[in-house]
Design a protein around this ligand. Structure first.
Ligand code: HPA
Ligand code: ZN
Length: 340
């Protein structure tokens, strides 16, 4: 039965809604880009890189994540990074991706907004097109920087607006509450962007309320801590605010202590549109199917629950309704024809 569950997950059509492209930088690629761009990295072997990926909290990871992205220098680097990610997820039956990038992580070190977005978008169009993976692109503001820097980034994005679907908010949550970005989120909404934000990963339940009330987001990234508040749970379910949950990230960053305590099942039982995603797969030990498997077994998720998670990944996406309906029907067909 367990092997069958893994097979079921592997073939399940799914969408990924929470993926930082810079977090898909595998150690092998880090060395390759460092070599071709003549950039120093503080590691001498892949084993040494992997050994450094031990985190007790979000900030431990972010320090290494920002160091890692220094190797991304040219449009080709951004193209290759994105292409490698798409090939991996396409092989896992991921049919649609809504991916993040961190423009300020690049512009702050002298790489232009244009270099990053052009490389990423060309790969999404060309390689995604070849693989049959559709996409939406979302730029995130770094919350450890000030709002003026986020506004500057929103302005830099203007010539590329047609390539972008949304804006998001990531990086160090604690001490950088949603209210810090109220103005820039309002500006982005007025410009027609969809809005998402990381909330309730490490931050308290109040940050989730403020993300809804002050930032007016369409979707919440992570959202684990909302489970501490029954009123908030009911509201998120009623307003159909999807949560993009990342099980292996939660384990690696010690947001959960072990997977038998992961809230994804309780989220589904509360009627929340919960989804499964990989966040930063090169750092947290797995892509989409690994993330599904990581909770399926410890939580004894049923076929119906796994099917619902896959449907939610399209229902919570920014695809038009007709495309969502088509993907949901494909999931029903797949589940109906799967032989256990
Ligand atoms: N949380 C906050 N910021 C991030 C993350 C995350 O999980 N991944 C990349 N930037
Ligand atoms: Zn994230």
């Amino acid at each position: 039965m367990n092997a069958n569950i893994d097979e079921f997950i592997a073939g399940l059509p799914k969408a990924e809604l929470h993926l930082h492209l810079e977090g898909s930088l595998e150690p092998e690629q880090m060395f390759e880009f460092a070599r071709r761009n003549d950039i120093d990295i503080p590691y001498t072997s892949i084993a040494e890189v992997k050994a450094a990926y031990q985190f007790s909290k979000l900030q431990d990871f972010l320090d290494i994540y920002y160091m890692g992205m220094n190797v991304l220098q040219t449009e080709q680097d951004f193209f290759d990074l994105t292409a490698a990610y798409l090939r991996k997820v396409a092989a896992e039956n991921t049919r649609h991706v809504e991916v993040f990038f961190d423009p300020q992580g690049h512009t702050e070190r002298g790489i232009s907004f244009k270099t990053a977005i052009t490389g990423i978008h060309n790969a999404l169009t060309q390689v995604g097109g070849e693989l049959g993976v559709s996409f939406k692109l979302i730029m995130c503001f770094l919350r450890h920087l000030d709002e003026a820097s986020a506004i500057k980034t929103l302005n830099q994005a203007k010539p590329f607006k047609h390539l972008l679907t949304g804006v998001g908010l990531d990086s160090s949550e604690l001490g950088n509450p949603p209210e810090k970005f109220e103005i820039v989120f309002k500006m982005a909404k007025d410009q027609g962007y969809k809005l998402v934000a990381h909330a309730g990963e490490e931050g308290p339940v109040e940050y989730v309320y403020d993300t809804l009330d002050l930032l007016n987001v369409d979707r919440i990234d992570h959202g684990n801590r909302c489970m501490d508040d029954a009123i908030l749970v009911a509201r998120i379910a009623k307003q159909k605010i999807a949560l993009t949950v990342c099980p292996l990230s939660n384990l690696k960053l010690q947001v959960v202590t072990d997977m038998t305590k992961h809230p994804i099942k309780a989220m589904l039982e509360s009627g929340i549109i919960a989804t499964i995603n990989s966040d930063d797969p090169a750092y947290f030990g797995g892509y989409m199917n690994d993330n599904y498997r990581s909770v399926a077994h410890p939580l004894n998720l049923s076929i119906a629950e796994l099917t619902l998670l896959a449907k939610n990944s399209f229902i919570g996406s920014f695809l038009p309704q007709a495309a969502i309906d088509k993907h949901v029907a494909a999931i029903d067909d797949y589940a109906a024809s799967f032989k256990f």
